[in-house]
Design a protein around this ligand. Sequence first.
Ligand code: ATP
Ligand code: MG
Length: 784
Amino acid sequence: AAAADSPLLHNLNPEQRAAVTLPAGNALILAGAGSGKTRVLTTRIAWLLQTGQVSPGGILAVTFTNKAAKEMMTRLGAMLPVNVRGMWIGTFHGLCNRFLRAHWKLANLPSTFQILDTQDQLSAIKRLMKQFNVDDERFPAKQTQWFIAGAKEDGLRPRDVEARSDDDRKKVELYQLYEEQCQREGVVDFGELMLRSYELLRDNDPVREHYQRRFRHILIDEFQDTNRLQYAWIKMLSGTTAEGRFTPNDNSVIAVGDDDQSIYAFRGARVGNMADFVREFDVSHQIKLEQNYRSYSNILDSANALISHNTKRLGKNLRTDQGPGEPVRVYEATSDFAEAQWMVEEMRQLVRDGIDRKEMAVLYRSNAQSRVIETALFNAAVPYRVYGGLRFFERAEIKHALAYLRLLENKDDDTSFLRIVNFPPRGIGARSIEQLQDAARAAGRSMHDAVSAVGGKAGSNLTAFVAKIDVLREQTQGLSLREIIELVLDHSGLIEHYKADREGADRIENLEELVNAAESFVTQEGFGRDAVALPVDELRQAPASQGLDPNRPVLDEPLAPDAETGETLSPLAAFLTHAALESGDNQAQAGQDAVQLMTVHAAKGLEFDCVFITGMEEGLFPHENSMSDNASLEEERRLMYVAITRARQRLYMSHSQTRMLHGQTRYNLKSRFFDELPEGALKWLTPKNQGFTPSAFGYGGGYATTRGGAGGFSKDSFASPPVPPQKAAPSHGLRSGMQVFHNKFGEGTVTALEGSGDDARAQVNFPRHGVKWLALSVAKLTPV
Ligand code: ATP
Ligand code: MG
């Protein structure tokens, strides 16, 4: 009776309470977003401990992120006086790491084994392929990496992989060589952590039986995104016998999940694990939770309406007792820059309304989108934190590019030298670099200046590298910052290098973003104003009376000259300083009240008072790679469902007419997902579609903002009532929806008009050539 009265159970609804107090046995909790799945899981652990059904050491709980694991431990610590550190709560990788640290000898690892992240893994593979003279055109390293990771996720060692072609056999051979190299160097990659743990459990009866006895209760959050190997690992811990047969043991496994939030299929997640679990684990209890406690109904209705467009669903309902709350606000920006500006302004208002910055999240589909947002926040001195991904200037490819640029400024920067001396690979091995380092040290010179001390083939490769840098320095004299960066990207071989990578497209995108960043830094709409014109040390000490916040190197004068000599930093030096400072000093310290930036993938399981979903455009969200087949599109929709359901109180969605991506300006249609949201829950801050049906576009999402005057809203328009739509200036006689004829593109439909006079532009959808923006002063459009 004491158990039933436990205060732990007070804040639960009857279904949640039933789940928390389930008797021993295997169970599945299938429920939508914000229904308290994670809360139930945490409370169940506390309840099991409190009622003495299990000791802390008997719990194994798997969460999706380290952040979630920490949160769970904090909550448990607050509920009960237990030593949470002793409990096995963590991610699959974290728990496997812990397991292998405990049994390194049995796992045939050195006690000090190191973990390779995805980047390190790729370099290791490249190094190996080089050593064995493998044609990297035919077997791109990235592809080999995928092959290896995929095999491991399926629990396969090289000998287990069925090779059907010569290419397959080669990859299996590489897998084998890679394994040997890792073993020799004492390193394990992410997949290896999982597979090695699984194998140790499988092959070592005493170890397996020990853990099967030990973990009385196994609880798994976000079960819908487990892969094949993770599922097999759980089976090992639960009831697999020495003969490899699985029968549910007398320990209890509770899986918690939401099929609508399965967003990792591209990385091997198998939503089918849920059905397998019910069957193989002889699940005695299936619990559904249908009450959402997170969001107001305008938000929840939007999520429900959206996901109802998916066909393959297990079927769940979600309701909320909270009122409608604020409408979901939709904003159309003229540019990605304006979108970020609007967001910053809106955040300012939210702060005035008393909302903490850490309760504001900006979500985006692709990492490349964060740069413009980061810059806007940085310029406005809004503290922010980027989650689950590197900040723009910390990304490896950006650091490589910056290293080249740094060497142009300072040939003696040995850190930069080392970073790129063999990147892209130019046949300079570790041995030669060591030799060079020794020589430089002995002569007391920089590595750049010491290359002549190394002889032989290595020496000539080093000399060639240094010559390349020196030539680049010559060539970039007198060029604009943008031109310098473009030249360096080209001549360094970085772009070419990543082009050869199957997965390099993302990196090239980021490198092109670097060009955009530099461009913005110097010229655009106020961006240039954070140019750093003083030596860093002086800046840090700049007195407040000069209007300089020592933590925020923002000057009003771009590249302001030195007061005495009139000298200024070169734009390149200023930009490099900006990059260094922005990546270091402005990074909000943990615990500081900072806006949270992350991809939608990284936001899974989290919640915030206010959420901004940005870049809701066709090609971006849904992503262009996922628009052609229905399965991928459904995953994009689930991703959007995850994004929407992160918000408690306020949800903003924005899209932009133009966006700098991949180094060029794109004109995107607004996302088709807007058409799947309930009109009544939305509030359009900018005018919505004007009289035409989106379906006529063959896109499902349409674009038709008609706007007159000089185009664009004033910066403050979002703060005032929405600007009523105006008819386009009639001088060119075109209207939205009109059929027109173009000499080259044929007949099309006008979908939007912008600007006036010489600046007037029309967006026209040509059935055969797609959507184009045309300058009316040049293009001859005749109504038909
Ligand atoms: P997701 O699918 O996004 O992971 P979830 O189902 O795990 O969501 P939780 O994060 O556990 O949901 O809960 C959502 C929010 O609702 C949390 O803030 C939680 O504290 C709150 N909550 C859950 N159950 C209740 C309840 N019975 N009473 C009040 N608040 C609740
Ligand atoms: Mg959760």
